[in-house]
Design a protein around this ligand. Sequence first.
Ligand SMILES: *Cc1c(COP(=O)(O)O)cnc(C)c1O
Length: 458
Amino acid sequence: MELPYAEPYKIKVVESIRKSTRREREDWIKKAGYNLFRLPSEQVFIDLLTDSGTGAMSDNQWAEIMRGDESYAGSKSYFKLHEVIKDLLGMPYFLPTHQGRAAENVLFSALIKKDDIVPGNSHFDTTKGHIEFRNASAFDCTIDEAFDTTGIHPFKGNIDLQKLEEVFKKYPEEKIPLCIITVTCNTSGGQPVSMKNIKEVSALCKKYGIKLIFDAARFAENAYFIKTREKGYENKSIGEIVKQMFSYVDGATMSSKKDAIVNIGGFIALRDEELFNKASVYNIMFEGYLTYGGMAGRDMAALAEGLIEGTDFQYLESRIGQVEYLGKKLKEFNIPIQEPIGGHAVFVDAKRFMLNLPREHFQAQTLAVELYKEGGVRGVEIGTLLADRDPITRKNRYPDLELLRLAIPRRVYTNNHMDYVATCLANIYERRGELKTGYKIVKEAPIMRHFTVELEKV
Ligand SMILES: *Cc1c(COP(=O)(O)O)cnc(C)c1O
Protein backbone atom coordinates (compact mmCIF):
# COMPACT_ATOMS: atom_id res chain seq x y z
CA MET A 1 0.00 0.00 0.00
CA GLU A 2 1.13 3.55 -0.67
CA LEU A 3 1.61 5.45 2.57
CA PRO A 4 -0.71 8.42 3.17
CA TYR A 5 0.58 11.90 3.96
CA ALA A 6 0.95 12.90 7.60
CA GLU A 7 1.84 16.25 9.15
CA PRO A 8 5.64 16.69 9.28
CA TYR A 9 5.46 18.06 12.84
CA LYS A 10 4.14 17.13 16.28
CA ILE A 11 2.42 19.40 18.78
CA LYS A 12 4.37 21.03 21.63
CA VAL A 13 1.99 23.76 22.81
CA VAL A 14 -1.81 23.82 22.66
CA GLU A 15 -4.35 26.61 23.04
CA SER A 16 -7.75 25.83 24.58
CA ILE A 17 -10.93 26.49 22.65
CA ARG A 18 -14.39 25.85 24.11
CA LYS A 19 -17.66 24.62 22.71
CA SER A 20 -20.61 26.82 23.62
CA THR A 21 -24.32 26.03 23.66
CA ARG A 22 -26.71 26.85 20.85
CA ARG A 23 -28.61 29.17 23.21
CA GLU A 24 -25.41 31.15 23.92
CA ARG A 25 -24.53 31.38 20.24
CA GLU A 26 -28.01 32.53 19.23
CA ASP A 27 -27.76 35.29 21.80
CA TRP A 28 -24.19 36.29 20.82
CA ILE A 29 -24.79 36.41 17.07
CA LYS A 30 -27.96 38.47 17.58
CA LYS A 31 -25.95 40.96 19.68
CA ALA A 32 -23.34 41.03 16.90
CA GLY A 33 -26.03 42.14 14.43
CA TYR A 34 -25.73 38.76 12.62
CA ASN A 35 -22.30 39.85 11.40
CA LEU A 36 -19.52 37.34 12.14
CA PHE A 37 -16.81 40.04 11.98
CA ARG A 38 -18.39 41.56 15.10
CA LEU A 39 -18.02 38.42 17.23
CA PRO A 40 -15.26 38.32 19.86
CA SER A 41 -13.01 35.34 19.03
CA GLU A 42 -13.80 33.74 22.42
CA GLN A 43 -17.35 33.19 21.17
CA VAL A 44 -16.01 31.15 18.23
CA PHE A 45 -15.11 27.44 18.48
CA ILE A 46 -13.47 26.87 15.08
CA ASP A 47 -12.38 30.02 13.29
CA LEU A 48 -12.23 29.74 9.49
CA LEU A 49 -12.66 33.47 8.84
CA THR A 50 -9.26 33.75 7.17
CA ASP A 51 -5.89 32.04 6.68
CA SER A 52 -4.15 35.44 6.95
CA GLY A 53 -1.85 35.84 9.93
CA THR A 54 -3.64 33.00 11.73
CA GLY A 55 -1.02 30.26 11.25
CA ALA A 56 0.92 28.51 14.02
CA MET A 57 4.65 29.32 14.19
CA SER A 58 7.12 26.50 14.77
CA ASP A 59 9.61 26.06 17.64
CA ASN A 60 12.33 27.27 15.24
CA GLN A 61 10.35 30.39 14.40
CA TRP A 62 9.85 31.13 18.11
CA ALA A 63 13.57 30.62 18.62
CA GLU A 64 14.15 33.22 15.87
CA ILE A 65 11.88 35.62 17.81
CA MET A 66 14.41 35.41 20.65
CA ARG A 67 17.35 35.81 18.26
CA GLY A 68 15.89 38.89 16.54
CA ASP A 69 18.27 41.84 16.31
CA GLU A 70 16.45 45.09 17.02
CA SER A 71 19.11 47.45 15.64
CA TYR A 72 17.54 50.35 13.77
CA ALA A 73 19.99 50.09 10.88
CA GLY A 74 21.72 47.02 9.48
CA SER A 75 20.01 44.48 11.76
CA LYS A 76 21.32 40.90 11.62
CA SER A 77 17.75 39.71 11.11
CA TYR A 78 17.42 41.91 8.03
CA PHE A 79 20.48 40.30 6.45
CA LYS A 80 19.22 36.85 7.35
CA LEU A 81 15.89 37.56 5.64
CA HIS A 82 17.67 39.08 2.63
CA GLU A 83 19.76 35.91 2.18
CA VAL A 84 16.66 33.70 2.28
CA ILE A 85 14.81 35.86 -0.27
CA LYS A 86 17.84 35.87 -2.61
CA ASP A 87 18.29 32.10 -2.27
CA LEU A 88 14.65 31.13 -2.56
CA LEU A 89 13.27 33.63 -5.08
CA GLY A 90 16.46 34.58 -6.90
CA MET A 91 15.64 38.28 -6.44
CA PRO A 92 18.65 40.48 -5.57
CA TYR A 93 16.74 43.40 -3.98
CA PHE A 94 14.12 43.52 -1.26
CA LEU A 95 12.26 45.95 1.01
CA PRO A 96 10.56 44.85 4.24
CA THR A 97 7.01 46.16 4.88
CA HIS A 98 4.51 45.62 7.69
CA GLN A 99 2.13 43.54 5.53
CA GLY A 100 1.07 42.83 1.95
CA ARG A 101 -1.00 45.95 1.32
CA ALA A 102 1.88 48.10 2.56
CA ALA A 103 4.12 46.47 -0.07
CA GLU A 104 1.47 47.36 -2.66
CA ASN A 105 1.29 50.93 -1.38
CA VAL A 106 5.07 51.41 -1.65
CA LEU A 107 5.58 49.73 -5.03
CA PHE A 108 2.51 51.30 -6.63
CA SER A 109 3.59 54.75 -5.41
CA ALA A 110 6.72 54.25 -7.49
CA LEU A 111 4.92 52.85 -10.54
CA ILE A 112 1.26 53.83 -10.96
CA LYS A 113 -0.13 57.22 -11.96
CA LYS A 114 -3.59 58.60 -12.79
CA ASP A 115 -5.45 56.94 -15.71
CA ASP A 116 -3.04 53.99 -15.86
CA ILE A 117 -4.23 50.48 -16.67
CA VAL A 118 -3.10 47.46 -14.62
CA PRO A 119 -4.09 44.12 -16.17
CA GLY A 120 -3.87 40.81 -14.30
CA ASN A 121 -5.82 37.76 -13.08
CA SER A 122 -8.65 38.75 -10.66
CA HIS A 123 -6.84 41.32 -8.50
CA PHE A 124 -7.13 40.93 -4.73
CA ASP A 125 -9.31 43.64 -3.12
CA THR A 126 -6.46 45.58 -1.44
CA THR A 127 -4.51 45.43 -4.71
CA LYS A 128 -7.49 46.78 -6.61
CA GLY A 129 -8.02 49.36 -3.86
CA HIS A 130 -4.45 50.64 -4.16
CA ILE A 131 -4.78 50.84 -7.95
CA GLU A 132 -8.13 52.66 -7.88
CA PHE A 133 -6.97 54.97 -5.08
CA ARG A 134 -4.46 56.32 -7.63
CA ASN A 135 -7.31 56.86 -10.15
CA ALA A 136 -6.01 54.00 -12.28
CA SER A 137 -7.96 50.87 -13.34
CA ALA A 138 -7.49 47.14 -12.81
CA PHE A 139 -8.36 44.96 -15.82
CA ASP A 140 -9.33 41.35 -15.08
CA CYS A 141 -7.90 39.04 -17.75
CA THR A 142 -8.56 35.70 -15.98
CA ILE A 143 -9.64 32.79 -18.22
CA ASP A 144 -13.44 32.35 -18.51
CA GLU A 145 -13.29 28.86 -16.97
CA ALA A 146 -12.55 30.48 -13.58
CA PHE A 147 -16.10 31.77 -13.27
CA ASP A 148 -17.81 28.37 -13.58
CA THR A 149 -17.76 26.70 -10.14
CA THR A 150 -18.49 23.22 -11.47
CA GLY A 151 -16.14 23.06 -14.46
CA ILE A 152 -12.89 21.20 -13.84
CA HIS A 153 -9.70 22.99 -14.95
CA PRO A 154 -6.37 22.41 -13.16
CA PHE A 155 -5.25 26.07 -13.38
CA LYS A 156 -8.28 28.32 -13.02
CA GLY A 157 -6.02 31.22 -12.00
CA ASN A 158 -4.51 31.43 -15.50
CA ILE A 159 -4.49 34.63 -17.52
CA ASP A 160 -6.21 34.61 -20.91
CA LEU A 161 -3.40 35.65 -23.26
CA GLN A 162 -5.79 36.97 -25.85
CA LYS A 163 -7.55 39.24 -23.34
CA LEU A 164 -4.16 40.45 -22.11
CA GLU A 165 -2.83 41.17 -25.60
CA GLU A 166 -6.00 43.15 -26.39
CA VAL A 167 -5.22 45.42 -23.41
CA PHE A 168 -1.59 45.77 -24.56
CA LYS A 169 -2.74 46.69 -28.08
CA LYS A 170 -5.47 49.07 -26.98
CA TYR A 171 -3.39 51.22 -24.60
CA PRO A 172 0.04 52.76 -25.12
CA GLU A 173 2.98 51.22 -23.25
CA GLU A 174 3.38 54.26 -20.95
CA LYS A 175 -0.21 53.80 -19.67
CA ILE A 176 0.50 50.22 -18.50
CA PRO A 177 3.07 50.44 -15.69
CA LEU A 178 2.79 46.76 -14.77
CA CYS A 179 0.88 43.52 -15.15
CA ILE A 180 0.10 41.51 -11.98
CA ILE A 181 -0.17 37.73 -11.64
CA THR A 182 -1.68 36.70 -8.30
CA VAL A 183 -0.39 33.28 -7.22
CA THR A 184 -2.55 31.51 -6.22
CA CYS A 185 -5.49 33.62 -7.33
CA ASN A 186 -7.27 34.39 -4.04
CA THR A 187 -10.26 36.15 -5.59
CA SER A 188 -11.09 33.26 -7.92
CA GLY A 189 -10.95 30.77 -5.02
CA GLY A 190 -7.27 30.05 -4.34
CA GLN A 191 -6.87 28.68 -7.85
CA PRO A 192 -3.32 28.20 -9.19
CA VAL A 193 -1.54 29.56 -12.26
CA SER A 194 0.46 27.11 -14.40
CA MET A 195 4.17 27.52 -15.14
CA LYS A 196 3.32 27.49 -18.85
CA ASN A 197 0.94 30.42 -18.35
CA ILE A 198 3.44 32.40 -16.25
CA LYS A 199 6.07 31.85 -18.97
CA GLU A 200 3.73 32.90 -21.78
CA VAL A 201 2.48 35.99 -19.92
CA SER A 202 6.10 36.92 -19.27
CA ALA A 203 6.97 36.62 -22.97
CA LEU A 204 3.98 38.75 -23.94
CA CYS A 205 4.90 41.40 -21.37
CA LYS A 206 8.49 41.48 -22.70
CA LYS A 207 7.22 41.86 -26.25
CA TYR A 208 5.23 44.96 -25.26
CA GLY A 209 7.80 46.30 -22.79
CA ILE A 210 5.55 45.85 -19.71
CA LYS A 211 6.82 44.96 -16.21
CA LEU A 212 5.47 41.74 -14.71
CA ILE A 213 4.96 41.49 -10.94
CA PHE A 214 3.70 38.64 -8.74
CA ASP A 215 1.21 39.22 -5.97
CA ALA A 216 3.00 36.35 -4.24
CA ALA A 217 1.00 35.77 -1.00
CA ARG A 218 0.50 32.06 -1.81
CA PHE A 219 3.44 31.38 -4.14
CA ALA A 220 4.40 28.16 -2.31
CA GLU A 221 0.90 26.67 -2.58
CA ASN A 222 0.98 27.61 -6.28
CA ALA A 223 4.31 25.79 -6.67
CA TYR A 224 2.80 22.69 -5.02
CA PHE A 225 -0.05 22.68 -7.57
CA ILE A 226 2.47 23.01 -10.44
CA LYS A 227 4.39 20.03 -9.07
CA THR A 228 1.30 17.87 -8.64
CA ARG A 229 -0.76 18.96 -11.67
CA GLU A 230 1.54 20.18 -14.46
CA LYS A 231 3.33 17.75 -16.76
CA GLY A 232 7.11 17.88 -16.54
CA TYR A 233 7.29 19.17 -12.96
CA GLU A 234 6.50 16.03 -10.96
CA ASN A 235 10.17 15.35 -10.26
CA LYS A 236 11.21 18.94 -9.60
CA SER A 237 11.55 20.18 -6.03
CA ILE A 238 9.35 22.99 -4.68
CA GLY A 239 12.52 25.10 -4.45
CA GLU A 240 13.31 24.59 -8.15
CA ILE A 241 9.73 25.36 -9.16
CA VAL A 242 9.65 28.54 -7.04
CA LYS A 243 12.94 29.73 -8.57
CA GLN A 244 11.64 29.10 -12.07
CA MET A 245 8.34 30.89 -11.35
CA PHE A 246 10.18 33.99 -10.13
CA SER A 247 12.65 33.88 -13.04
CA TYR A 248 9.82 35.08 -15.31
CA VAL A 249 8.91 38.21 -13.31
CA ASP A 250 10.50 41.57 -12.50
CA GLY A 251 9.43 41.55 -8.87
CA ALA A 252 6.81 40.68 -6.30
CA THR A 253 4.73 42.03 -3.45
CA MET A 254 4.27 39.57 -0.59
CA SER A 255 1.86 39.24 2.31
CA SER A 256 3.93 37.10 4.66
CA LYS A 257 0.80 36.39 6.71
CA LYS A 258 -0.09 33.66 4.22
CA ASP A 259 2.53 31.23 2.88
CA ALA A 260 5.37 32.49 5.11
CA ILE A 261 3.38 31.39 8.21
CA VAL A 262 3.97 34.50 10.34
CA ASN A 263 1.33 36.56 12.12
CA ILE A 264 2.41 39.89 10.60
CA GLY A 265 4.81 41.02 7.87
CA GLY A 266 5.37 41.54 4.17
CA PHE A 267 7.97 42.55 1.61
CA ILE A 268 8.74 43.68 -1.91
CA ALA A 269 11.28 41.66 -3.93
CA LEU A 270 12.82 43.23 -7.04
CA ARG A 271 15.27 42.43 -9.82
CA ASP A 272 16.01 45.97 -10.96
CA GLU A 273 18.20 48.38 -8.98
CA GLU A 274 16.61 51.51 -10.43
CA LEU A 275 13.09 50.49 -9.39
CA PHE A 276 14.44 49.43 -5.98
CA ASN A 277 15.94 52.90 -5.49
CA LYS A 278 12.70 54.57 -6.48
CA ALA A 279 10.59 52.36 -4.20
CA SER A 280 13.08 52.82 -1.33
CA VAL A 281 12.10 56.48 -1.01
CA TYR A 282 8.45 55.54 -0.44
CA ASN A 283 9.43 52.70 1.87
CA ILE A 284 11.25 55.13 4.16
CA MET A 285 8.33 57.54 4.02
CA PHE A 286 5.49 55.06 4.64
CA GLU A 287 7.04 52.05 6.39
CA GLY A 288 10.41 52.70 7.99
CA TYR A 289 14.12 52.64 7.29
CA LEU A 290 15.28 50.24 4.55
CA THR A 291 16.52 47.52 6.92
CA TYR A 292 13.32 47.13 8.95
CA GLY A 293 10.46 48.80 7.01
CA GLY A 294 7.60 48.34 9.46
CA MET A 295 8.81 45.09 11.02
CA ALA A 296 10.57 44.36 14.29
CA GLY A 297 13.91 42.57 13.92
CA ARG A 298 12.40 39.49 15.58
CA ASP A 299 9.56 39.45 13.07
CA MET A 300 12.02 39.52 10.14
CA ALA A 301 13.91 36.62 11.72
CA ALA A 302 10.74 34.53 12.16
CA LEU A 303 9.73 35.39 8.59
CA ALA A 304 13.06 34.15 7.19
CA GLU A 305 12.49 30.80 8.92
CA GLY A 306 8.80 30.75 7.86
CA LEU A 307 9.74 31.12 4.19
CA ILE A 308 11.93 28.02 4.47
CA GLU A 309 9.31 25.96 6.31
CA GLY A 310 6.47 27.19 4.08
CA THR A 311 8.20 25.85 0.96
CA ASP A 312 8.81 22.36 2.34
CA PHE A 313 7.06 19.72 0.22
CA GLN A 314 5.87 17.56 3.12
CA TYR A 315 4.40 20.58 4.86
CA LEU A 316 2.61 21.73 1.67
CA GLU A 317 1.28 18.22 1.05
CA SER A 318 -0.34 18.10 4.50
CA ARG A 319 -1.53 21.73 4.33
CA ILE A 320 -3.23 21.45 0.95
CA GLY A 321 -4.21 17.87 1.83
CA GLN A 322 -6.20 19.18 4.79
CA VAL A 323 -8.08 21.72 2.68
CA GLU A 324 -8.86 18.91 0.22
CA TYR A 325 -9.91 16.64 3.10
CA LEU A 326 -12.59 19.12 4.18
CA GLY A 327 -13.73 19.63 0.58
CA LYS A 328 -14.06 15.88 -0.01
CA LYS A 329 -16.03 15.42 3.25
CA LEU A 330 -18.49 18.09 2.14
CA LYS A 331 -18.85 16.39 -1.24
CA GLU A 332 -19.61 13.08 0.48
CA PHE A 333 -22.55 14.88 2.11
CA ASN A 334 -23.58 16.19 -1.36
CA ILE A 335 -22.91 19.77 -0.28
CA PRO A 336 -22.25 21.93 -3.38
CA ILE A 337 -18.72 23.40 -3.39
CA GLN A 338 -16.50 25.20 -5.86
CA GLU A 339 -14.25 22.82 -7.80
CA PRO A 340 -11.46 22.03 -8.07
CA ILE A 341 -10.83 22.68 -4.36
CA GLY A 342 -8.40 25.60 -3.93
CA GLY A 343 -5.19 25.85 -1.95
CA HIS A 344 -6.27 27.67 1.21
CA ALA A 345 -10.04 27.45 1.46
CA VAL A 346 -13.18 25.53 0.57
CA PHE A 347 -15.98 27.59 -0.97
CA VAL A 348 -19.56 26.39 -0.40
CA ASP A 349 -21.93 27.40 -3.19
CA ALA A 350 -24.76 28.98 -1.17
CA LYS A 351 -26.90 29.62 -4.25
CA ARG A 352 -27.09 25.89 -4.96
CA PHE A 353 -27.30 25.05 -1.22
CA MET A 354 -30.36 27.19 -0.49
CA LEU A 355 -33.54 25.73 -1.96
CA ASN A 356 -36.13 28.25 -0.82
CA LEU A 357 -34.27 31.38 0.21
CA PRO A 358 -34.57 34.42 -2.09
CA ARG A 359 -31.30 36.18 -2.91
CA GLU A 360 -32.65 39.41 -1.39
CA HIS A 361 -32.33 37.66 2.01
CA PHE A 362 -28.53 37.21 1.60
CA GLN A 363 -28.11 33.49 0.89
CA ALA A 364 -24.41 33.12 1.73
CA GLN A 365 -24.66 35.30 4.84
CA THR A 366 -27.67 33.29 6.05
CA LEU A 367 -25.66 30.09 5.60
CA ALA A 368 -22.70 31.63 7.48
CA VAL A 369 -24.98 32.57 10.40
CA GLU A 370 -26.60 29.09 10.39
CA LEU A 371 -23.16 27.46 10.51
CA TYR A 372 -22.18 29.61 13.46
CA LYS A 373 -25.41 28.81 15.31
CA GLU A 374 -25.07 25.11 14.52
CA GLY A 375 -21.56 24.61 15.90
CA GLY A 376 -19.73 27.87 16.62
CA VAL A 377 -17.85 27.72 13.31
CA ARG A 378 -16.95 31.09 11.75
CA GLY A 379 -16.67 31.32 7.95
CA VAL A 380 -17.10 34.39 5.80
CA GLU A 381 -19.62 35.50 3.19
CA ILE A 382 -18.29 36.17 -0.31
CA GLY A 383 -21.54 37.33 -1.85
CA THR A 384 -24.03 40.19 -1.96
CA LEU A 385 -22.94 41.86 1.29
CA LEU A 386 -19.34 41.93 0.09
CA ALA A 387 -20.36 43.08 -3.41
CA ASP A 388 -21.84 46.24 -1.87
CA ARG A 389 -24.20 48.67 -3.62
CA ASP A 390 -23.94 50.17 -7.07
CA PRO A 391 -22.28 53.56 -6.48
CA ILE A 392 -24.82 55.36 -8.70
CA THR A 393 -28.16 53.59 -8.26
CA ARG A 394 -27.39 52.55 -4.62
CA LYS A 395 -29.13 49.23 -5.34
CA ASN A 396 -27.62 45.99 -4.04
CA ARG A 397 -25.27 44.41 -6.56
CA TYR A 398 -25.99 40.68 -6.93
CA PRO A 399 -22.78 38.87 -7.92
CA ASP A 400 -22.82 35.70 -10.04
CA LEU A 401 -21.60 33.68 -7.09
CA GLU A 402 -22.93 33.50 -3.53
CA LEU A 403 -20.19 31.73 -1.61
CA LEU A 404 -19.43 30.81 1.98
CA ARG A 405 -15.64 30.68 2.34
CA LEU A 406 -14.06 28.35 4.88
CA ALA A 407 -10.38 29.40 5.01
CA ILE A 408 -8.08 26.98 6.84
CA PRO A 409 -5.33 28.48 9.05
CA ARG A 410 -1.92 26.80 8.60
CA ARG A 411 -0.85 24.11 11.12
CA VAL A 412 -3.67 25.10 13.51
CA TYR A 413 -6.54 22.60 13.33
CA THR A 414 -6.68 18.80 13.07
CA ASN A 415 -8.76 16.73 10.69
CA ASN A 416 -11.15 16.07 13.62
CA HIS A 417 -11.93 19.78 13.49
CA MET A 418 -12.58 19.41 9.75
CA ASP A 419 -14.97 16.49 10.46
CA TYR A 420 -16.79 18.66 12.99
CA VAL A 421 -17.19 21.51 10.46
CA ALA A 422 -18.42 19.12 7.77
CA THR A 423 -20.97 17.56 10.14
CA CYS A 424 -22.31 21.01 11.08
CA LEU A 425 -22.85 21.81 7.41
CA ALA A 426 -24.39 18.39 6.74
CA ASN A 427 -26.97 19.00 9.49
CA ILE A 428 -27.91 22.34 7.92
CA TYR A 429 -28.00 20.76 4.46
CA GLU A 430 -30.54 18.23 5.70
CA ARG A 431 -32.94 20.94 6.80
CA ARG A 432 -32.14 23.41 4.03
CA GLY A 433 -35.74 23.28 2.75
CA GLU A 434 -36.87 24.93 5.98
CA LEU A 435 -34.59 27.94 5.46
CA LYS A 436 -37.07 30.29 3.83
CA THR A 437 -36.22 33.59 5.45
CA GLY A 438 -32.86 35.26 5.97
CA TYR A 439 -31.73 38.72 7.01
CA LYS A 440 -32.16 42.38 6.14
CA ILE A 441 -29.81 45.32 6.66
CA VAL A 442 -30.51 47.73 9.50
CA LYS A 443 -27.26 49.69 9.47
CA GLU A 444 -24.42 49.89 6.93
CA ALA A 445 -21.34 51.93 6.03
CA PRO A 446 -21.17 53.67 2.61
CA ILE A 447 -18.25 51.46 1.45
CA MET A 448 -16.74 48.12 2.60
CA ARG A 449 -20.00 47.54 4.46
CA HIS A 450 -19.44 43.83 5.15
CA PHE A 451 -17.02 44.50 8.02
CA THR A 452 -19.46 46.54 10.11
CA VAL A 453 -22.96 45.89 8.72
CA GLU A 454 -25.75 45.15 11.21
CA LEU A 455 -28.57 42.82 10.24
CA GLU A 456 -31.84 41.55 11.65
CA LYS A 457 -34.06 38.59 10.89
CA VAL A 458 -36.62 39.14 8.15
C1 LIG B 1 -3.80 39.01 1.90
C2 LIG B 1 -3.50 39.39 0.53
C3 LIG B 1 -3.01 40.67 0.21
C4 LIG B 1 -2.87 41.77 1.24
O1 LIG B 1 -2.00 41.43 2.25
P1 LIG B 1 -2.18 41.92 3.77
O2 LIG B 1 -1.02 41.28 4.44
O3 LIG B 1 -3.51 41.42 4.26
O4 LIG B 1 -2.10 43.41 3.77
C5 LIG B 1 -2.71 40.93 -1.11
N1 LIG B 1 -2.89 40.01 -2.07
C6 LIG B 1 -3.34 38.77 -1.80
C7 LIG B 1 -3.49 37.78 -2.90
C8 LIG B 1 -3.67 38.42 -0.51
O5 LIG B 1 -4.17 37.21 -0.25
